[in-house]
Design a protein around this ligand. Structure first.
Ligand code: NDP
Ligand code: GDR
Length: 373
């Protein structure tokens, strides 16, 4: 039985990867942060009582900023594979917390690699680094592939660039099986609520049910190559099963705008939208409604406005990946399209919104939407 250690197991990718590895028969260990509220909602369904015989899933308290903690966990677990998915992963937040982002995303990666080396596990333990299309930032070539030069545009991307190169360096210097997956944006119903796709699906589902008045967005002209997290974690595992370590771009090769994602999400709710105005004055107005998913709306309602607070100090306007290498070498192809993923996200967020609307209609408290980045 192989043993895997996942940092960031409580996050979107960590939860899907843990499911995937358990299905493959792995013993899965994860590092979770101590928080004042439970932060394991995404993995509660796969939790196994550690007192049970043959439990194959175990959580350890830890933090990527804590060297001795990481070293102790790796020593105890003796993992065959480490997946470093933990990160301060929000680009806009990284402008507000640049030093913390560098500590966790850049030096955190070094801490893990050093711990593996220090413990003499460099020939046993394979290492996956969650690299990102944000490395391409101000793009130098379209589509972006493994050889495209990097030009990071945020403290997050700069920190991830250090992590990328230190992973390459440990591979070259110490012969470690260490590799980077340069993943383009990937989403799911488990996506954090402040990333743009989930902000849209959750926000519009709430608006359709009368729980929120309007969606406030930043740069809706931004173009992204969106895939589904389930497809992408499969590839993370595949990258660690090769004879030799290599870096791969993981993307769909298709690009859409944030505005298009808003239009699809609205359509899934039976809402037809018209965009009007330009720049910070752009709005989206309901022109027609079909079906019963949006009982709170009527034609003429304005359900999206621009709020410049959501503009970033430096933006990544366009990203489009070329996954040819992953397809040719590993036979990987994404199975879920962006539109199918959007439909799945709306279905899940609508279920929650309907539950909340029902509670509200019976005079009960419902959670107030929190600040969205
Ligand atoms: P999430 O934000 O959903 O999850 C991040 C995880 O990291 C959470 O489990 C979080 O814990 C944990 N974490 C945050 N800070 C620390 C810390 N100081 N020490 C230990 N753990 C920490 O991200 P995703 O699942 O979407 O992404 C996974 C990885 O892939 C990240 O590294 C991200 O930067 C990278 N990536 C993501 C892409 C995407 O489109 N999703 C694309 C390319 C790269 P908690 O739950 O307690 O907050
Ligand atoms: P990104 O994802 O920055 O690409 O990083 P995000 O979903 O946050 O933004 C995508 C694009 O949408 C624009 N945008 C908004 N974004 C947010 N969050 N909120 C808004 O209101 C809004 N309006 C417009 C953004 O400006 C941007 O252009 C994600 C993260 O998962 C990273 O960890 C990962 O490395 C990259 O994807 C690949």
């Amino acid at each position: 039985m192989k043993t895997a250690l996942i940092t960031g197991i409580t996050g979107q990718d960590g939860s899907y990867l843990a499911e995937f590895l358990l299905d493959k028969g792995y013993e899965v260990h994860g590092i979770k942060r101590r928080a004042s509220l439970f932060n394991t909602q995404r993995i509660d369904h796969i939790y196994q009582d550690p007192h049970a015989d043959h439990a194959r899933f175990r959580l350890h308290y830890g933090d990527l900023s804590d060297t001795s903690n990481l070293t102790r966990i790796i020593q105890e677990v003796q993992p065959d594979e480490v997946y470093n998915l933990g990160a301060q992963s929000h680009v806009a937040v990284s402008f507000e917390a640049p030093e913390y982002t560098a500590d966790v995303d850049a030096i955190g990666t070094l801490r893990l690699l050093e711990a593996i080396r220090f413990l003499g596990l460099e020939q046993k333990t394979r290492f996956y680094q969650a690299s990102t299309s944000e490395l391409y930032g101000l793009v130098q070539e379209t589509p972006q592939r493994e050889t495209t030069p990097f030009y990071p545009r945020s403290p997050y991307a700069v920190a991830k660039m250090y992590a990328y190169w230190i992973t390459v360096n440990y591979r070259e210097a110490y012969g470690m099986y260490a590799c980077n997956g340069i993943l383009f944006n990937h989403e799911s119903p488990r996506r954090g609520e402040t990333f743009v796709t989930r902000k849209i699906t959750r926000g519009l589902a709430n608006i359709a049910q009368g729980l929120e008045p309007c969606l406030y967005m930043g740069n809706i002209d931004s173009l992204r190559d969106w895939g589904h997290a389930k497809d992408y974690v499969r590839m993370q595992w595949m990258m660690l099963q090769q004879d030799a370590p290599e870096d791969f771009v993981i993307a769909t090769g298709v690009q859409y705008s944030v505005r298009e994602f808003i239009t699809w999400s609205a359509a899934e709710l039976g809402i037809t939208l018209a965009f009007s105005g330009t720049g910070v004055d752009e709005i989206a107005t309901v022109t027609a409604i079909a079906g019963d998913k949006a009982p709170a709306l009527k034609p003429g309602d304005v359900i999206m406005r621009i709020d410049p607070r959501y503009f970033r100090p430096a933006e990544v306007d366009t990203l489009l990946g070329d996954p040819s290498k992953a397809k040719a070498r590993l036979g990987w192809v994404p199975e879920i399209t962006a539109q199918e993923m959007c439909a799945e996200m709306i279905t899940e967020d609508l279920k929650t919104a309907r539950r909340h609307a029902l509670l509200k209609s019976h005079g009960m408290d419902v959670p107030v939407p929190v600040e969205n980045r």
